[in-house]
Structure formats: C-alpha cells, structure tokens
Design a binder for this molecule. Structure first.
Ligand SMILES: C[S@@+](CC[C@H](N)C(=O)[O-])C[C@H]1O[C@@H](n2cnc3c(N)ncnc32)[C@H](O)[C@@H]1O
Length: 220
C-alpha cells in the first residue's frame, strides 16, 4: 500500500496510508499523542525497576525512542520488544523529524540504531535499554507472562477490525505478567468489551488533544 510522510499538528511527522486515509499517529500531533497515551498513562506507572515492554506495531520507532529517552528519569532498565509485520523503509525513516522535534540531537545515534539493529536479535541500544524487533503478524504472538506493559498501537478498528478482537486481546492478556498494564489510544465500546471479556479491568482515561478518551487495561 502506498505510504506518504505527512506533518501533524505539533510539527512532528508521521506516515499516512493513502488508500485507508489512516495515519501511524494522531493528525493532531504524533509526539503529543505518544507522550500522552504511552508515557504519561503507561510508562510513568513504573519506577526504579527492570521493565519489559511489548509494542504492538513498532512502525516508526517513535514510542521506542521516547521510552528510551524517558526511562532514565524513572530509573528504569527497559527490555523492549517491538512486533511489526511491515517494517518502515530506510528512506521513510530518513524523512522523520523526531530527533529534532524532541530536541534530542545527542541521541540521534540511538534513534538510528533502533532502526538499523538486526531483526530477531536482542540488541542493547544503551546499557539500560535493549530492543528485540520481531517481524511477524500480531496473530502469531505466543508469549506468556513476559511483559509488564503493552503499548497497543495497531491501526484503528475502522481499517483493521480483526486486530481489536477477543482473540487478539486474549493473546495480550496471556503475554502480560500479573499486574501488567496495556495502554491504547482507542476508546471504542466494542474494544473495551473485548478487553473485559478476556479478563482485563478497563479504565477510560482522558485522551490526547483531539480525542475525548483512551483505554487502559490491567491484568489483576
Ligand atoms: C498505527 S501504526 C503504529 C506504529 C508505531 N507504533 C509508531 O509509533 O510508528 C500500526 C503498525 O502496525 C503494523 N501492522 C499492521 N497490521 C499488522 C499485523 N497484522 N501484524 C503486525 N504488524 C502490523 C503497521 O505496519 C504499522 O507499523
């Protein structure tokens, strides 16, 4: 499918799938959304510990990069797994402006390494942040009680309803440790009900600018 780089409301870029009229991030602000959904309502629940994170849709690496930047503030040693079926191309990565927009020039090498490191191999990007990129379909995920936190960042149910089902959330529930947390930008009632059906306790939280609500699910 044809992909194009577009600028979002906060000046950070994202990728758009033209045929679907769907973007990798909110059109109101890619960085703004990533911080609100995944950092403020996910990562910031944890402190001073080893933390195992699963990202559903590694894509541009924005969530991984922001997590790498924020982890030291909370004294976290992160083991990050990013699942992605259709990796972003080198030419597309070169057009993204996350290093500049985050004023993280001294971390440019780390952003590049997130993308250049070998798939299916655990790589230390910094001493306190390792990354395993796995190229596969979300439906193939078979982990059990491995993760503390899941960033569920699939395309919306409008275009990929098959990724917001009981079957997928069962896999997510299984992949989490007890007391694990899943965060997502989505807030649809059908998504919340699918999460509840597999055993998650679900909260509706205020969404990022442009979106009324988002969901956070806990495995208690
Ligand atoms: C909304 S984008 C988010 C990407 C990423 N979190 C980011 O910040 O750039 C969803 C991602 O899921 C990937 N994807 C879509 N369907 C998939 C599937 N069935 N299995 C694995 N990855 C998939 C897409 O290629 C895309 O990178």
């Amino acid at each position: 499918m044809e992909r194009e780089i577009v600028v979002t409301g906060d000046g950070s870029k994202t990728i758009q799938i033209k045929d679907w009229n769907e973007q990798y991030h909110s059109k109101h602000g890619a960085i703004q959304e990533a911080y609100h959904v995944f950092i403020k309502n996910g990562l910031e629940l944890f402190e001073n510990q080893g933390l195992s994170i699963l990202e559903i849709g590694f894509g541009t690496g924005l969530n991984a990069f922001i997590t790498l930047l924020e982890a030291p503030n909370r004294e976290l040693r992160v083991r990050y797994t990013g699942v992605e079926a259709y990796p972003v191309l080198k030419t597309e990565i070169g057009q993204l402006n996350y290093v500049e927009e985050l004023a993280a020039m001294e971390h440019r090498k780390e952003f590049e390494k997130l993308h250049s490191c070998t798939w299916e191999e655990n790589t230390f990007i910094t001493p306190n942040f390792s990354l395993l990129k796995s190229q596969k379909d979300f439906k193939e995920i078979q982990n059990s009680a491995e993760f503390d936190l899941i960033y569920f960042d699939a395309f919306g149910a409008r275009v990929q309803p098959e990724l917001w089902t009981v079957e997928i959330f069962q896999k997510m529930f299984r992949a989490l440790k007890n007391k694990g947390v899943l965060v997502t930008y989505a807030a649809k009632g059908s998504v919340r009900r699918a999460m509840q059906e597999v055993g998650f306790q679900v909260e509706r939280l205020p969404g990022p600018p442009g979106k009324r609500e988002m969901l956070r699910a806990r495995k208690l």
